[in-house]
Write a protein that binds this ligand. Structure first.
Ligand code: RFL
Ligand code: PHB
Length: 389
């Protein structure tokens, strides 16, 4: 088989890249190691920046998102028994859209099927070779048969645990990492959200987040210890603990219900530089991870893909590689700003094990400064709605 760009991974990065390249007249094959249902069963991000929304429109996949997505003009931060609103719209002129990653993925999969572009699910043991030549190859196994794709470029969109980054020789990659001493326990429930906007909670018992997927489906998170298991948390224990971390007004509106999904995610910041080796380009979680506190992971995947799709389109239009050569630097400049913001939000909103008195006072001062300064709020808002690209 031959194609122009082989894309590894059918998460949001791979699917969006495939769609944008298809619209630019560039041939792709997407390889995904899991089944379609498995990919659609993962519950992840919920907040889209305006830039991500516009990119999905550009990819021709925005109609359901525009109909069903919830426009949010602000977020709330709860601390010390009071709630403080950050007015994103007034501070930046921009809003965010609450529309689940699952729905984004479904829309992109549908668009690919409509376009008749190839996507191979359950493509196992993918291996990339000849990366430094003009004819990289990707081999994989499906239903006990071996296949080989020859291509011009490989896009590594296979997430943090994928094989793309691992195919790059260690000495050609620099990695930066921070692992946080807690995780997020998330629950999805078919009950209306307790408020119209997201509430980020810094409570002495730990962080909590009240989010949503629609007017009838809520998503809640609790900071938990790294040694805890999902099985340690019955629904009842989850709701009791969430109630403890909420203010009385929020507690009044909380509607409990049976969980339809429950999972624990560890929190980390990670960046691999540069996001390229030979003719292999990394995008999304394959190159970087941020803790979810700033709602940046999916949005960073989208901005990587915007840069990469434009660079590949320019390469096929003009045969100049200048734009492709500029990709790592362009993408990483934006990545590091989102890494900083996500780290800062995480630092400000979670309770760390064994903090010193000094750490606690600094955290309180940070939050009190934020609540009292329009300029500090503007800086948060500018990052939350997404830096331009
Ligand atoms: P994905 O989504 O991990 O997709 C990678 C795909 O590659 C496949 N794969 C392979 N395929 C073929 N061969 C191999 N060897 C392969 N290895 C892996 C995988 O099966 C998968 O289908 O990465 P991608 O596309 O870069 O997308 C990144 C986003 O998924 C991620 O950044 C976000 O979900 C992060 N995130 C959030 N981001 C936001 O922007 N806003 C949020 O509100 C937000 N909330 C979250 C989050 C992530 C969370 N978790 C679970 C980590 C909340 C949570 C709890
Ligand atoms: C979510 O709804 O899953 C969500 C929202 C905001 C975040 C992280 C996750 O910061």
């Amino acid at each position: 088989m031959r194609t122009q760009v082989a894309i590894i991974g059918a998460g949001p990065s791979g699917l969006l890249l495939g769609q944008l390249l298809h619209r630019a007249g560039i041939e792709t094959i997407i390889l995904e190691q899991r089944s379609k249902d498995y990919v659609l069963g993962r519950i992840r991000a919920g907040v889209l920046e305006q830039g991500t929304v516009e990119l999905l429109d550009e990819a021709g996949c925005g109609s359901r998102m525009r109909q069903e997505g919830l426009v949010h003009e602000g977020i709330e931060i709860a601390f010390g028994g009071a709630r403080h609103r950050i007015d994103l719209k007034a501070l930046t002129g921009k809003t965010v859209l609450v529309y689940g990653q699952t729905e984004v993925t479904r829309d992109l999969m549908e668009a690919r099927e409509t376009a008749g572009a190839p996507i191979v699910y359950e493509a196992l043991s993918a291996r990339i070779s000849d990366i430094e030549t003009g004819h990289p190859r990707v081999r994989y196994r499906k239903d006990d048969a071996e296949y080989e794709i020859e291509c011009d470029y490989v896009a590594g969109c296979d997430g943090f645990h994928g094989i793309s980054r691992q195919s790059i020789p260690e000495q050609a990659l620099r990695t930066y990492e921070r692992v946080y001493p807690f995780g997020w326990l998330g629950i999805l429930v078919d009950k209306p959200p307790l408020a119209d906007e997201l509430i980020y909670v810094n409570h002495p018992r730990g962080f909590a987040l009240c989010s949503m997927r629609s007017a009838t489906r809520s998503r809640y998170y609790l900071q938990c210890r790294l040694d805890e298991q999902v099985s340690d948390w019955s629904d009842e224990r989850f709701w009791d603990e969430l109630e403890r971390r909420l203010d009385p007004e929020a507690r009044k509106w909380l509607q409990r219900g049976p969980s339809i999904e429950k999972s624990i995610a560890p929190l980390r910041s990670f960046v691999a530089e540069p996001m390229r080796f030979g003719n292999l380009f990394l995008a999304g979680d394959a190159a970087h991870i941020v803790p979810p506190t700033g709602a940046k992971g999916l949005n960073l995947a989208a901005s990587d893909v915007a840069y990469l799709s434009r660079a590949l389109a320019s390469r096929y239009r003009s045969s100049s590689t200048a734009e492709l050569d500029a990709y790592p630097q362009r993408a990483l400049a934006r990545v590091w700003k989102a890494v900083r913001f996500s780290w800062w939000m995480t630092q400000m909103l979670h309770r760390f094990p064994e903090p010193s008195g000094f750490d606690e006072r600094i955290q309180a001062a940070e939050l009190e400064y934020l609540f009292s300064s329009k300029l500090a709020q503007a800086a948060l808002a500018e990052n939350y709605v997404g830096l331009p690209y």
